[in-house]
Structure formats: C-alpha cells, structure tokens
Ligand binder design. Structure first.
Ligand code: ATP
Ligand code: BTN
Length: 320
C-alpha cells in the first residue's frame, strides 16, 4: 500500500469514533505498531488532532466528517475528483486544462501548498475545511475574467444563505468575511492567450471547522462552525451546494455578464460606506468605499470625488 493509503485508512477507522489501539490498527493494515505510530505522527502533521491514552490507544480529539466522492459526484453534474492529499487543487487543474471538460471539479481534504493571491500561503489542514477548484473555459476570453471572479463571490454568499448560513459578506475583489474576519478566499487563475478562449481555474478555500490553534494565519479568521454556534451541518452537503452554485453562476455569467450584478453585490459588501485603504504597489489611497461599478471596479470616495479602481494587484484593507 502507498504511504498515504495507510494514513487515510487509519483516519477512516478513527473517524468511526472511539479508541483504536496501535496493535489493532497494525493488524488491520498489515504493518507494525511502530509503523502505525509513525503514520499517526504524519497525520498529526496534516493538522489532525489525535491523542493517545496508554492502554487504550488513539482517538480523534474532534469527530471528522470525511468527504465522500460518490456522494459528491452523484449530486453534481460535471466530472468531480476527490484527491484527499494534494499540493494545490488549483495547480492540479491548471496542469490539465487541455484535457478537461469545462466545469470539472477537484476537491481535497488537505493541501500541502495551498495558495492565495500573489503566492501567499492558504493554510489547509486535513479534513476540517473545504478546498475546491473548478475549471471553466470562458469563450469571451480573458477580459471577461475580472467580472467573473466577483460574480463567483456573490454566488457563494447566496448559496450559504440558502443553507442557513447568514451574515456572510464580501471584501472586494473576492474574499468572504463574517464579522470582519475572513471565512473564505477565492483565487481565479488562468491560462490562455489574448483573443482566444480563457482557461480559468476558480479555487475556493472555506474554513468549516478549523481548529482555533491552527498556526500560520496572519489575520483574523472565522469558520462555518463559529458562525453556526453549535448548529450542526453536513460537510458533503455544503460542498455539493457550493459546486452547484458555481456551475450555475458561471453558466449565467456566460449568457448575461455583469447585468444587474451591482445590485446583488453592494448589499453584501463588507466595507460599503466604511473607511478603507487601497494598496497598489507603492501607492496607497484612503477613502470611503462606495461599492462597485458595472465593470467590477471598486469605487472609492476621496477629496477628488469618486474614483474607480480595478486590477489584480490591488488589495483593500479596512481602516476603522
Ligand atoms: P488581498 O487578497 O486583498 O491582497 P489578503 O490578506 O486577504 O489580501 P490573500 O492573498 O487574499 O490576502 O489571502 C492569503 C492570506 O490569507 C494569508 O496571508 C493568510 O494570512 C490568510 N490565510 C491563509 N490561510 C487562511 C485560512 N485558512 N483562513 C483564513 N485566512 C487564511
Ligand atoms: C485568497 O484569499 O487569497 C484565496 C485563497 C484561495 C484558496 C483556495 S483553496 C483551493 C484552491 N487551491 C489553492 O491552492 N488555492 C485555492
């Protein structure tokens, strides 16, 4: 068996609940107790909290709801692959754009090199969040991609509302916030040439039940678990709802573009009417955020009046 295969089998066993001794696990998977102990350390490095009690064995500190490829595929309409351990779901699809059907999805339990904008790290511990990417061939070409990335954020917030997760807002261009803390990030990457169809990979990382002590995140963050305050939810069902919402919004965008979209975005804008700073390389501009325009640019009111800003190199920060 491959190394990951044993670890994943151990996790599946532990996710049933209760204690499991090293001896029992060793016998089950045909390896020594020492090998089990090594695998457990590896699993802990993926960010799973497992503890051991002498004489009883190993137990998960928190129940795990593993993703189920069959359930996900049966409830969505395009090819979907669950690859439990991966570097980056965006990278995986980007490397395969020539052979993929538009709408194909890749989902993971853990990313070793999850990434955010401009090469920043997306912290991706095992089994506690969602890491998903979708490939989309956009015939309108690259110029239409900026608008698309905003539309995706709105579709995700609306899909969350439909399953009872209320109060999630957007930070331009495409982060999801709840009470000023980051819940999810969207990363749109593309390959293709100007003038031709654009091959887009739309990736989303959403925190579901990430442990509070997870290291490596440099800004306030939250999770679905925190928003729901004890109300339970089903990780697979949420993944299905989000995949289907993305498929729907991408098809709609191809037909209607950004038509009537500003009205959907502005009520969800986390910084509407608030003081913000735009960072653009060396340049910084402070002003009051006034939502977006029909091109998807963010509007900033300064002493010069209202100006529109657009482009992948701009970052927005709250200032109040
Ligand atoms: P912007 O995109 O506007 O420039 P940002 O600070 O949101 O700003 P991104 O590149 O979008 O930056 O996101 C990456 C940042 O998100 C990292 O710098 C890290 O601090 C934070 N981060 C990483 N993993 C997570 C996570 N799982 N949940 C919340 N935040 C995370
Ligand atoms: C951001 O806020 O900067 C965007 C974060 C995007 C993270 C997701 S997780 C799935 C997909 N694969 C990646 O490597 N990144 C995106």
């Amino acid at each position: 068996m491959k190394e990951h295969t044993v670890k994943l089998a151990i996790l599946k066993q532990l996710s049933q609940g209760g204690f499991h001794s090293g001896e029992e696990l060793g016998q089950q998977f045909g390896v020594s107790r020492a090998a089990i102990s090594k695998h457990i350390k590896g699993i802990q490095q993926w960010g799973v909290d497992i503890f051991r009690i002498q004489g009883k064995g190993y137990q998960l500190a928190k129940p795990l709801q593993l993703l189920d490829e069959k359930m996900l595929s049966e409830n969505t309409t395009k090819p979907l692959e669950l690859i439990p351990i991966i570097d980056s779901t965006n990278q995986y699809l980007l490397e395969r754009v020539d052979s993929l059907q538009s709408g194909s999805v890749c989902i993971a339990e853990y990313q070793g090199k999850g990434r955010g904008r401009r090469g920043r790290e997306w912290v991706s511990p095992f089994g506690s969040n969602l890491y998903m990417s979708m490939f989309w061939r956009l015939d309108a070409g690259m110029a239409a991609a900026m608008g698309l990335s905003l539309v995706v954020g709105v579709a995700v917030v609306e899909a969350l509302q439909e399953v009872g997760i209320e109060g999630v807002k957007l930070k331009w261009p495409n982060d999801l916030y709840y009470q000023d803390k980051k819940l999810a990030g969207i990363l749109v990457e593309m390959s293709g040439q100007a003038g031709a169809a654009a091959n887009l990979v739309i990736g989303m990382g959403m925190n579901l039940m990430m442990p509070a002590q997870t290291p490596g995140i440099t800004q306030p963050w939250t999770s679905v678990e925190e928003i729901l305050q004890g109300r339970s939810f089903d990780r697979n069902q949420l993944a299905v709802a989000l995949v289907n919402a993305l498929h729907q919004v991408l098809s709609d965008y191809e037909l209607h573009g950004m038509n009537h979209f500003v009205e959907r975005w502005n009520p969800l804008d986390n910084f509407l009417g608030r003081k913000v700073k735009l960072l653009m390389g060396e340049r910084e501009i402070v002003g009051i955020e006034r939502g977006i325009n029909e091109q998807g640019a963010v509007l900033l009111e300064t002493e010069q009046g209202i100006e529109a800003f657009i482009g992948g190199e701009i970052s927005l920060r709250g200032q109040d």
